[in-house]
Design a binder for this molecule. Structure first.
Ligand SMILES: CC(C)(COP(=O)(O)OP(=O)(O)OC[C@H]1O[C@@H](n2cnc3c(N)ncnc32)[C@H](O)[C@@H]1OP(=O)(O)O)[C@@H](O)C(=O)NCCC(=O)NCCS
Length: 178
């Protein structure tokens, strides 16, 4: 397999105030690529509107318990990661945990270890914060992501409901001990 880029040229850096537009664009693009065809246009649009508007993203990045990262190759944003700790976590799981709320790579870059590098970033952050485990919720229908997590030693420990518009979706909760 020949990579269309050198994985060593991948740069992962924390989102700053000047990156908000880039974060919004990659969020919408990757969310669309992953879920648009699997949901009603109304539910999909409602979710995008609620979560990926500039005001909401600015608020989230100002939260000291939430940190997002952009992954870039030659200045192109190819993916992103969003981590939450303490009360920024979307479920009251533990003070000792770090949540991966979002890990997304542009479709054309799937399979080239960008996801793995983002996961490494989460593990490094979890160690730095002295967390005992990383957890995340993944839609039961998202087989590719489930495969990716299992392959990287995550194990299922629970389920929860994720609301996409008015649709209650069943998520598997996975964890990785640090
Ligand atoms: C899950 C995700 C982040 C993984 O990122 P990635 O950069 O593709 O991850 P990796 O390259 O490290 O690993 C992907 C695995 O799929 C395999 N794969 C091969 N070709 C692939 C392709 N065209 N597309 C996707 N995966 C492919 C890879 O080989 C690898 O498995 P392997 O190590 O056994 O070979 C990415 O697929 C993604 O963004 N998916 C859409 C968004 C999503 O579902 N996010 C998670 C929400 S909970």
């Amino acid at each position: 397999l020949t990579l269309p880029f050198n994985i060593n040229s991948l740069i992962i850096s924390e989102v700053t105030a000047s990156d908000i537009d880039k974060l919004r664009d990659i969020s919408i693009k990757t969310f669309s690529e992953t879920y648009e065809s699997l949901n009603t246009p109304e539910n999909f649009a409602a979710y995008i509107q609620q979560h990926f508007n500039t005001e909401e993203l600015i608020k989230e990045t100002k939260n000291k318990n939430s940190v997002s990262y952009l992954a870039r190759i030659n200045d192109e944003v190819v993916g992103y990661l969003k981590l939450n700790s303490e009360n920024a976590q979307t479920e009251n799981i533990s003070k000792d945990s770090l949540e991966i709320e979002r890990i997304y790579v542009l479709k054309k870059y799937h399979g080239f270890k960008v996801g793995l590098k983002l996961l490494d970033t989460a593990v490094t952050k979890a160690k730095e914060l002295q967390k005992k485990f990383i957890w995340l919720g993944v839609w039961e229908k998202n087989e590719k992501a489930i495969y990716f997590y299992k392959k990287n030693s995550f194990v299922q420990f629970d389920t929860h409901i994720f609301k996409l518009g008015d649709d209650d979706q069943n998520d598997f909760l996975f964890k990785l001990n640090i």
